[in-house]
Design a protein around this ligand. Structure first.
Ligand code: NAD
Length: 261
């Protein structure tokens, strides 16, 4: 029996990297996956590739920082597919530089994508979950940076810590509706987001790219290994398919031991 048979999962940032892998994992488990991404072309391409494999998908272009767009996209998906059972709030970006060099607009952009995006998608999805009365699962894409700090990442670390607070409140408020909320906290995963950071960090820290990987990114892991897309998707499946309110308000680190909190 597939673990997510017939469940509708709305996944933001699903046209690339971690979000796309989660969408694929869910689809293999029988879910109907909504590929929601600001990059509308890539969202449609991803959905087409999934449809070619016989999976039920729906693509929607949405900027998670835009209230109207989020409400419209979530309402549309719920109407087309018969509700929303799972939300994965995953869309994110990274900007690396010392805190004194951040502009206010860069700071606000990061907080807006990570936190406004999480709030807006949560609010829109909860309205459908509560109305349907079938419960649901809200999953936030945190990071080891929800628990630990690194140089050059002030707004990212701030925002990722914030997601844990949001998840705890949603866990409390959602409980009587059978809605759970949890945070996945991955270590470094090779995606476009990380590939872009390697040369940026090398410049900012005056290190070779090899040293950024070995001495910065993977330094604190137990085995010098990157976390994989599959590792993260596996945790996303656990949170989505867990059968009771026992697993809620939690943050689970999947990072080769980089963080043990
Ligand atoms: P990615 O760059 O491969 O994918 C991010 C996706 O989000 C892209 O498709 C992009 O178009 C979309 N996106 C960006 N801004 C958006 C917006 N405003 N509205 C809608 N979509 C938007 O990145 P990734 O590595 O897969 O990262 C996904 C999430 O995982 C992020 O929240 C990131 O912080 C988190 N994360 C990544 C790593 C890692 O090592 N890659 C580690 C921990 C956490």
């Amino acid at each position: 029996m597939s673990k997510l048979e017939g469940k509708v999962a709305f996944i933001t940032g699903a046209a690339s990297g971690i979000g796309r892998q989660i969408a694929e994992r869910y689809a293999r488990e029988g879910a109907i996956v909504v590929i929601a991404d600001m990059n509308e072309g890539a969202a449609h391409e991803t959905a087409q590739r999934f449809a070619d494999k016989g999976w039920r998908t729906f693509a929607v272009g949405v900027d998670v920082t835009d209230e109207e767009q989020v409400d419209r996209a979530v309402d549309l998906a719920a109407r087309e597919l018969g509700g929303i059972d799972i939300l994965v709030s995953n869309a994110g970006i990274q900007i690396v530089k010392p805190v004194e060099e951040f502009s206010l607009s860069e700071w606000k952009k990061m907080l807006s994508i990570q936190l406004d995006g999480a709030f807006l998608t949560t609010r829109a999805a909860l309205r459908h979950m509560y109305a349907a009365g079938k419960g649901g699962s809200i999953i936030y894409m945190g990071s080891v940076h929800s628990k630990e700090a690194s140089l050059l990442k002030a707004p990212y670390v701030t925002a990722k810590h914030g997601l844990i607070g949001l998840a705890k409140v949603i866990a409390k408020e959602g409980a009587k509706h059978g809605v759970r909320a949890n945070v996945i906290c991955p270590g470094f995963v090779r995606t476009p987001l990380v590939d872009k950071q390697i040369p940026e960090q090398a410049r900012a820290l005056n290190l070779s790219e090899e040293d950024v990987i070995r001495k910065v990114m993977l330094k604190e892991t137990v085995d010098g290994e990157f976390t994989t897309l599959d590792d993260v998707a596996e945790v996303a499946l656990l949170f989505a398919s867990f059968p009771s309110n026992a697993l809620t308000g939690q943050s689970l680190v999947v990072s080769h031991g980089w963080s043990m909190h």
